[in-house]
Design a protein around this ligand. Structure first.
Ligand code: NDP
Ligand code: MG
Length: 389
């Protein structure tokens, strides 16, 4: 890094996504601190090529093997290695040529490469919350064994992480995750039943990838974040609370044993938690817009409506019971969101599909990694069979 420190070499897994693109903006603005060594995309070859020509990484990976030729050809004049396919993601994650992985692939697909990076003792800036939802116990245990730091990128968890600086000896009484409530805050099932894809993709405060935008509208995102928080901060389920805070200025809070509450605040902008995860323990100056207390503003808080947004109840059940249930919930939810985005099922059907899958799948109290993969596959198949009815 600057100050005579070497540059941190970043591997951006999911560089063409919302988080990946914002991380590249941070890298571009801090070229003395960071370099982009590895870029990966699933199918967006155009953007991957543009990014590679600009950042000159050591390696790029395109998930879709049919696009290998196009990417290889476009980068032929440059000393950039090109790989393709799912296995290549794991092989590249195991290489020595980088220091930190930004885990910004969406969904279960992010788990295997992240595990490879942890196995090799790499620092992980973790955006891909599904990794911890699916196999949090195994991931965290491996991270401790391999001394691989996991730095949260998710804004709520970054807030908690920032509040914990200087508090290592102090017990957390509870953490309070803030939720914007999404575009349908205050709405009831008679409204939600008619919600269509394009409406659900309009988030009031954040601009994000499609899957997490739908998860925010159904509150499943907050449910996944409760489970993510449990693993990141080693909490009991009853220490994790959720409060609706529609303005998204307070990014989350910790209450300590003396009743003192610390929060982290700022405008909703993912570049800040991305930058913090990459530069920790330092803070880097930037010119992102600042929150201005002189402008009239109300910060409000309310209880989530768990009767309407039942995903939060389902996720709480998965959080409490543990085992393979969070993995099953996640798999069914990925299928549900995929089907909703293709207009195959309605907005409220997503929750029914997750609930029925959770009821149907056999419970395993302490799954092995293979059993997590199997649970994921079986839950996907079952959930997919429900979308065809
Ligand atoms: P996007 O959908 O915008 O980007 C996903 C990235 O992953 C893209 O680079 C995509 O490639 C790649 N990808 C998609 N499917 C696969 C696959 N099967 N195998 C390998 N790569 C794949 O997602 P976001 O950036 O919004 O989210 C990424 C992660 O970060 C998610 O887990 C999300 O929950 C989390 N997160 C996101 C936030 C946000 O503000 N966006 C906030 C907090 C957390 P391609 O472009 O080629 O499809
Ligand atoms: Mg979040």
């Amino acid at each position: 890094m600057s100050n005579g420190l070497p540059k941190k070499r970043i591997a951006l897994f999911g560089s063409t996504g919302s988080i990946g693109r914002q991380a590249l903006e941070v890298i571009d603005a801090n070229q003395d601190a960071f370099s982009a060594e590895i870029l990966t995309a699933q199918s967006n070859d155009d953007l991957l090529i543009k990014q590679a020509l600009h950042f000159k990484p050591d390696i790029v990976v395109i998930g879709d093997e049919k696009k290998y030729g196009v990417v290889k050809e476009a980068l032929a004049k440059h000393p950039i290695k090109v790989f393709a396919g799912e296995k290549a993601l794991e092989e590249v994650a195991s290489m020595d040529s980088y220091d930190m992985m930004l885990a910004a692939i969406v969904g279960f697909a992010g788990l295997r490469p992240t595990l490879c990076a942890i196995e090799n003792g790499k620092a992980i800036a973790l955006a891909n919350k599904e990794t911890l939802v699916v196999a949090g116990d195994i991931v965290m245990k491996k991270a401790i064994d391999r001394r691989a730091p996991i730095l949260p990128v998710d804004s709520e968890h970054s807030a908690i992480f920032q509040c914990l600086v200087g508090e290592t000896r102090n017990r957390i009484e509870k953490i309070i995750l803030t939720a914007s409530g999404g575009p349908f805050l205050g709405k009831k099932p008679n409204f939600l039943v008619n919600v269509k894809r394009d409406h659900a993709l309009q988030h009031p405060n954040w601009s994000m990838g499609n899957k997490i935008t739908i998860d925010s509208a159904t509150l499943m995102n907050k449910g996944l974040e409760m489970i993510e928080a449990k693993w990141l901060f080693n909490l009991q389920p009853d220490q994790v609370r959720v409060v609706i805070h529609p303005q998204s200025i307070i990014h989350s809070m910790i209450q300590f044993e003396d009743g003192s509450i610390k929060s982290q605040m700022g405008l909703p902008d993912m570049k800040l938690p991305i930058q913090y995860a990459m530069s920790f323990p330092r803070r880097l100056p930037n010119n992102f817009p600042r929150y201005d207390f002189r402008k009239p503003a109300t910060l409000s808080f309310e209880e989530p409506d768990t009767k309407t947004f039942r995903n939060l109840t389902l996720a709480t059940e998965a959080l409490n019971k543990g085992g393979n249930l969070p993995c099953v919930l996640n798999a069914a939810n990925e299928i549900a969101v995929f089907a909703f985005l293709r207009n195959r099922i309605g907005f409220l059907d997503m929750t029914d599909l997750v609930e029925r899958t959770m009821q149907q799948m056999p419970y395993i109290e302490q799954p092995t990694l293979e059993e997590y993969f199997d649970s994921d596959g079986e839950a996907r198949n079952f959930a997919a069979s429900l979308t065809k009815i």
